[in-house]
Write a protein that binds this ligand. Structure first.
Ligand code: G
Ligand code: G
Ligand code: MN
Ligand code: NA
Length: 250
């Protein structure tokens, strides 16, 4: 398959680019972090979004190589930003199957000089489906470095609550589907409040994803959510546009 060959080539050659979307403090609206979102610069199809090629990268076993590139690049770029601003990196569950994840993180931090607390890893619930000793050890080692752990897309997977009990996350990201149906549904609105309260109980911060309107911002803000992310603040932008965003929201 041509696409498969193209992707192997792109990963080997670094024909990838990181876009960044800001996470803002709900009280001050200042930028506290950027989430790195990978793009593939395909020679004929142009810029491809990750939902098109991450599943393929997982299938053909180049996700470790791709994921390691993302970690190194995100740390190197974030080291150039003001030191109050963190970088969040998405990690595929499959990256925990290989032994290269932890050494890659250690190496990326030391060669960039980025403080470990400025790196946040976003894991999905499916990462914790199989809670092997290896997985728990790797997570503990990452945590021991001072790197932060966030649970991404919270509420879309299964048995979320038992995962939260078993391993303490620094942050819970409430999936955008909840934020976007809050105003139309009393039930969804109650679920969002419950997630925020639960997070506070376990000592985790919360980020609301997919905030597009001032109305959503107000509803989330009232409920005590710590951070927001969404088109209301900014779409994902190229690394070169970050300076201007920090000037506006810094
Ligand atoms: O960039 P976009 O907003 O289209 O992101 C779509 C999906 O791709 C999101 O679920 C996001 O978590 C995922 N994604 C983006 N960048 C990465 C990455 O570097 N690694 C992994 N594993 N997933 C990513
Ligand atoms: O990693 P995660 O699955 O959370 O990926 C975030 C995804 O959400 C990316 O595809 C990003 O482009 C998208 N996104 C970010 N903000 C908004 C928003 O305000 N509205 C919508 N519809 N999508 C958003
Ligand atoms: Mn994410
Ligand atoms: Na998400």
């Amino acid at each position: 398959r041509q696409m498969e060959q193209d992707l192997r080539h792109a990963v080997a050659n670094g024909d990838l680019q990181l876009f960044y979307q800001p996470l803002v403090d709900m009280k001050t609206r200042k930028i506290v972090a950027f989430e790195a979102l990978v793009r593939w610069l395909h020679p004929t199809f142009g810029m491809l979004p990750p939902d098109v090629f991450i599943p393929l990268a997982e299938e053909i076993n180049v996700i470790d190589q791709l994921g390691n590139w993302v970690i190194r690049t995100a740390c190197a770029q974030a080291a150039q930003w003001p030191c109050g601003i963190a970088v969040a990196v998405n990690v595929s569950p499959l990256q925990f199957r290989e032994t290269s994840l932890l050494p890659t993180i250690i190496n990326a931090l030391s060669s960039s000089g980025l403080a470990p607390r400025r790196l946040e890893l976003e894991l999905t619930e499916s990462t914790l489906l199989n809670q092997s000793d290896d997985l728990m050890r790797t997570l503990s080692s990452i945590r021991d470095l001072g790197v932060k752990l966030a649970m991404d897309d919270f509420g879309t997977g299964y048995s979320s609550l038992s995962y939260l009990e078993r391993f303490r996350f620094d942050k819970i990201k409430i999936d955008k589907k909840f934020i976007q149906s809050m105003s139309a549904s009393v039930e969804t609105s109650a679920i969002v409040s419950a997630i925020i309260n639960l997070s506070q109980t376990i000592g985790a911060r919360t980020t609301a994803e997919g905030i597009e309107t001032e109305e959503q911002f107000d509803q989330i803000s009232e409920r005590g959510c710590n951070q927001g992310q969404g088109y209301l603040f900014s779409r994902p932008v190229a690394a070169t546009e970050i300076g201007a965003l920090i000037d506006d929201y810094g």
